[in-house]
Design a protein around this ligand. Structure first.
Ligand code: PXG
Length: 291
C-alpha cells in the first residue's frame, strides 16, 4: 500500500518517515498543547475535508493557537501529502502543536505553531468486527475542564478508559459524562435505536461533535427515520434494540454487547446495517485528490 519514499509533512517540508521528527521542546510533546484531526480519503477523494478543517480551526481558536496557514493552504497541503505518497485510500492525521518553547508551560513563549500531516493506511478501528464495550470508570472531561468539543492532544482520560476496555477483553470503552449519562466511546460517538427511532447524545452531553455522527444523522433522516438528540442513560443503552459507534477511524461499527449484556439480538440490527450500506455509497463523494 505504501510507496517506499513515504513522506511526512512538517512545517512546509516533506521528510521520509524515519527522519520525520519534532523537537523535544515542542509543547505538543511536553504538555499535550495542541489540536488534531483524523481524516479519511476514499477512492481518491478526501471525505468531509471542509468539515474537518473547520473543526481544526475551531479547536485552535478555543485554545488561542494561531495556525500559520490559511484554510485553503491547509487543504492543499493535505492533498499534496496524499499525492506525494500516492495514496487513494488513506487515513490522514493532522496535528497542530503549540511549537517549540521553553521548559515552562507558558504558551506565549512559543513563537510559532508546528503543523504535521501524516498520511498512511489504517484499517477500520474494529477491523470489520462488531464492537463490544464496558462502561468505563474513567469519565469524559467536564466542559469546564478541557471541553470535549476541542479535539486537543490531551487524550489521557480516553486512553485510561481504553486500558479498562483492554483489561476487560472488549474492544471499546463507553465513557459517561460528569452527569453520569452516556457520552461517547474513546474515539467515536454513540447511537442507539429504540422502537424505530435513532437516539444520540446532544452537544450539551459533553461530546466531541463528530463529523461521522452528522453524516449518519443526515443519512437516517434521508431514509425517513426519526433522529432525536437527547441524553441516554446506561439503562436505556442496555435495553436498546440496536446500538452503534461512529467515527473517522471506526466508520460505523455495530455495538452488540455492553458490560456482558447483549444489545438487542446481539447481532447488527437492520437500521445499523442499512446505515453502513448507505455510508459505503456516499463516502467516496469527497474532495478529489487529483485535479
Ligand atoms: N469522539 C471522540 C472522543 C473522538 O476522538 C469521535 C468522537 C468521532 O468523530 P469523527 O469526527 O471522527 O466522526 C472522535 C474522533 C484514533 C482516532 O486514532 C480517533 C478519532 C479520530 C481519528 C482517529 O483512535 N476520534
Amino acid at each position: 500500500m505504501l510507496s517506499k519514499e513515504f513522506e511526512v509533512y512538517i512545517d512546509g517540508k516533506y521528510y521520509p518517515k524515519k527522519e520525520a521528527k519534532i523537537s523535544v521542546f515542542d509543547h505538543g510533546f511536553l504538555y499535550g498543547d495542541g489540536v488534531f484531526e483524523g481524516i479519511r480519503a476514499y477512492e481518491g477523494c478526501v471525505f468531509k475535508l471542509n468539515e474537518h478543517i473547520n473543526r481544526l480551526y475551531e479547536s485552535a481558536k478555543s485554545i488561542e493557537l494561531i495556525i500559520p496557514l490559511s484554510k485553503a493552504e491547509f487543504k492543499n497541503a493535505i492533498i499534496e501529502t496524499l499525492n506525494r505518497n500516492k495514496l487513494k485510500d488513506a487515513y490522514i492525521r493532522v496535528v497542530v502543536s503549540r511549537g517549540i518553547g521553553t521548559l515552562g508551560l507558558n504558551p506565549t513563549l512559543c513563537p510559532k505553531a508546528s503543523i504535521i500531516i501524516i498520511a498512511d493506511y489504517l484499517a477500520p478501528l474494529f477491523e470489520g468486527k462488531n464492537a463490544t464495550a464496558i462502561i468505563a470508570f474513567t469519565r469524559r472531561n467536564s466542559v469546564t475542564a478541557i471541553n470535549p468539543m476541542i479535539k486537543s492532544l490531551n487524550y489521557l482520560n480516553n486512553i485510561l478508559a481504553r486500558i479498562e476496555a483492554n483489561k476487560a477483553g472488549v474492544n471499546e470503552a463507553l465513557m459517561l459524562n460528569q452527569n453520569g449519562t452516556v457520552c461517547e466511546g474513546t474515539g467515536d460517538n454513540i447511537f442507539i435505536v429504540k422502537a424505530g427511532v435513532i437516539i444520540t447524545p446532544p452537544p450539551s452531553a459533553a461530546i466531541l461533535l463528530g463529523i461521522t455522527r452528522q453524516v449518519v444523522i443526515d443519512l437516517a433522516e434521508k431514509e425517513g427515520i426519526k433522529v432525536v438528540e437527547r441524553s441516554i442513560t446506561v439503562h436505556e443503552l442496555y435495553n436498546a434494540d440496536e446500538s452503534f459507534f461512529t467515527g473517522t477511524a471506526a466508520e460505523i461499527a455495530p455495538l452488540v454487547n455492553v458490560d456482558g449484556k447483549l444489545i438487542g439480538t446481539g447481532k447488527p440490527g437492520p437500521v445499523t446495517t442499512m446505515l453502513i450500506d448507505n455510508f459505503k455509497k456516499i463516502r467516496k463523494r469527497g474532495t478529489p485528490i487529483y485535479s
